[in-house]
Write a protein that binds this ligand. Structure first.
Ligand code: TXA
Ligand code: MG
Length: 315
């Protein structure tokens, strides 16, 4: 039976109190939440998602001030970023206090923290006055959900309740920033552009690779629909291809007669494109097309996160 979908925060809190799993809306993607302080509840997340135990979860907190309760060390630049971008699509990886069970962090001494920017989830966190551990609410390796319906389709029979906060406005996962010898390092490109982060704290290193042991879970083949995605020059790829759909930034490719066209922003707005990306991948997966031909986006702003997700989907 698929979990009920609704907007009842009290109901969500009730399930969570009884070690339940609740899908929560955020501005990036939907999360699959359990009480972070209950190892038993958190274990259920790994089972529902079929997620390997070495892949740590993000701890969602209700306010910047909560950081002191759960992080044992907060570098100055972390504080600056938290104050500038929270609530928002930024995760900070910091040494954790003991209250956060090891299962949440896959045994790492650090935890990823973020204050999500969504009124329903912020109200839920305030009511609980406790953090929620939540990875994206998709089966492991699959495209993240950006609507309550995506969650219901993928994991509905595994969870207790889906809190419906409408379609996600940012549409790609949070940017993850960690610290090595006090210096900031980006572990995952995401909803806050590198340029924005550098404006706030100066130059940052990008170590966004699956081989980075500091950021487990960044597997190459990730964010992938069930069917083939090809990335490159649309006209070249369309030659000889059959039953294809096209995903583009601004360009109208209808003269190539794709089964379906996903033109993410006719006006050239990368934020708008990011917001529609996963919806397009979900739709492609459900469609009759057998292959998706995707453009490479401009390597700037949110275009970098979009390209990162498309490259992983195309592996
Ligand atoms: O936008 C988001 O971040 C969404 C929403 C729900 O908040 N969450 C999300 O979670 O994308 P998930 O589980 O799909 O990705 C979490 C990733 C892990 O795979 C890992 O790469 C990184 O966060 N992470 C978490 N804790 C970490 C830690 N202690 N050290 C390094 N990386 C960590
Ligand atoms: Mg994920």
């Amino acid at each position: 039976m698929s979990a009920p979908i609704g907007t009842n925060i009290n109901k969500a809190a009730e399930y969570l109190a009884h070690r339940g799993l609740v899908a929560i809306p955020t501005e990036t993607v939907y999360g699959l939440a359990a009480r972070a302080l209950s190892a038993e509840a958190v274990a259920r997340i790994f089972i529902a998602k079929n997620r390997p135990r070495f892949d740590p979860l993000i701890v969602h907190i209700g306010d910047v001030a909560w950081l002191e309760r759960y992080a044992s060390e907060i570098p100055g630049k972390a504080k600056t970023l938290a104050e500038r971008f929270w609530p928002g699509p930024l995760t900070l990886v910091l040494p954790k206090k003991e209250a956060i069970p090891d299962i949440v962090t896959a045994g790492l001494p650090t935890a990823g923290f973020r204050v999500p920017h969504h009124p329903l989830t912020l109200a839920l966190l305030t009511q609980l006055n406790e953090p929620l551990a939540a990875p994206s609410a998709n089966p492991f390796g699959y495209v993240s959900p950006t609507t309550a319906q995506h969650v219901a389709d993928q994991l509905g029979d595994q969870i207790d309740y889906i809190l419906d906060g409408g379609p996600c406005t940012v549409g790609v996962e949070s940017t993850i920033v960690g610290f090595q010898d006090g210096e900031p390092v980006i572990y995952r490109l995401g909803g806050i552009a590198v340029e924005e982060i550098e404006k706030s704290i100066g130059p940052v290193d990008i170590q966004d690779s699956s081989s980075n042991p500091a950021a487990p879970g960044m597997l190459d083949k990730h964010y992938a629909p069930g069917k083939e995605v090809r990335l490159g020059d649309i006209e070249e790829m369309a030659k000889g291809a059959t039953e294809f759909s096209i995903l583009s930034f601004q360009t109208d490719w209808s003269h190539l007669h794709p089964i379906k066209q996903y033109q993410l922003s006719a006006t050239g707005d990368l934020s708008q494109a990011a917001a529609g990306l996963f919806e397009a991948l979900h739709d492609f997966d459900q469609s009759e097309a057998s292959v998706l031909l995707a453009e490479i986006f401009p390597e700037e702003g949110l275009g970098r996160a979009i390209n990162d997700r498309l490259r992983r989907a195309a592996k």
